[in-house]
Write a protein that binds this ligand. Structure first.
Ligand SMILES: C[S@@+](CC[C@H](N)C(=O)[O-])C[C@H]1O[C@@H](n2cnc3c(N)ncnc32)[C@H](O)[C@@H]1O
Length: 230
């Protein structure tokens, strides 16, 4: 599957030897800005927008479909984004191998494959072990965000979140300062929005959640029910 001819993904492709163990973001990005991970980046539309809009953050996109991964890395290169890299790997495996605990400020999962048949549910990305890993790698105050269009998968996701008591649910806010009317701006969001589908969102934070924040900031409430938009 070639999505575009003459791709040059290498400058924005991060390749880590299996034996390398845990990696240093500072070695990769040359700074100590907060790092956010996106899992299942597809064609890279979210990571591209986030890296452009938030230059004081670094981004790692993970995608196991090689053609999409290369396409996304090539897009990042064409936009001259030094604060974003793509990784071609199965995300949970790569995180376990290479990401230190308390090392990331955010984990983004947008429109994960729903695997609707019961016998395929074990293939779903959002499982207790996935959320345990998200908790391990998030720094205190770090957040995990998920968006799906699939109602049944969302029920599953809510149950997995409810089982991870060390992550406190918080209201979902778009991670993008400029949204063009969308929520996370991915290709699947755009496609499904045209079809008029509902989107289901959930977010959680590692560590204590402020009951009431300072003036002008949003009130953050514990145990907010997962939200549905549409
Ligand atoms: C439905 S697509 C959504 C793509 C993009 N997030 C969007 O909203 O347009 C899900 C993507 O996640 C990737 N993916 C699924 N499981 C993955 C995993 N365990 N590790 C890395 N990528 C994964 C798939 O290859 C696919 O490109």
């Amino acid at each position: 599957m070639a999505l575009r001819a003459n791709l040059d993904p290498a400058p924005n492709l991060l390749t880590v030897a299996d034996a390398a163990g845990k990696i240093s973001w500072t070695d990769i990005f040359g700074n100590n800005h907060p790092v956010e991970l996106e899992i299942g980046s597809g064609k890279g539309t979210f990571i591209l927008a986030a890296a452009e809009q938030c230059p004081q953050h670094n981004y790692i996109g993970m995608e196991w479909a090689k053609a999409y991964c290369d396409f996304a890395a090539d897009r990042l290169r064409r936009h001259g984004l030094a604060n974003a890299r793509m990784v071609h790997a199965e995300a949970l495996w790569w995180i376990r191998c290479h990401v230190e605990e308390n090392a990331v400020a955010g984990v983004h999962v947008y429109f994960p494959d729903p695997w609707p048949k019961s016998r395929h549910h074990k293939r779903r990305l959002i499982q207790p072990e996935f959320l345990n890993e998200a908790h391990r790698i998030l720094a205190p105050g770090g957040q995990v965000r998920v968006v799906t269009d699939h109602a049944d998968y969302f029920e599953w996701i809510k149950a997995v979140f409810a089982g991870q008591s060390a992550l406190a649910e918080i209201p979902f806010e778009s991670p993008l300062p400029q949204r063009d009317g969308g929520m996370v701006g991915t290709n699947f969001e755009k496609k499904y929005a045209l079809e008029g589908r509902c989107f289901y969102v959930i977010a959680a934070q590692k560590g204590a959640v402020e009951e009431t924040s300072a003036a002008g900031r949003q009130k953050v409430v514990k145990d907010v029910p997962a939200q549905k938009t549409g």
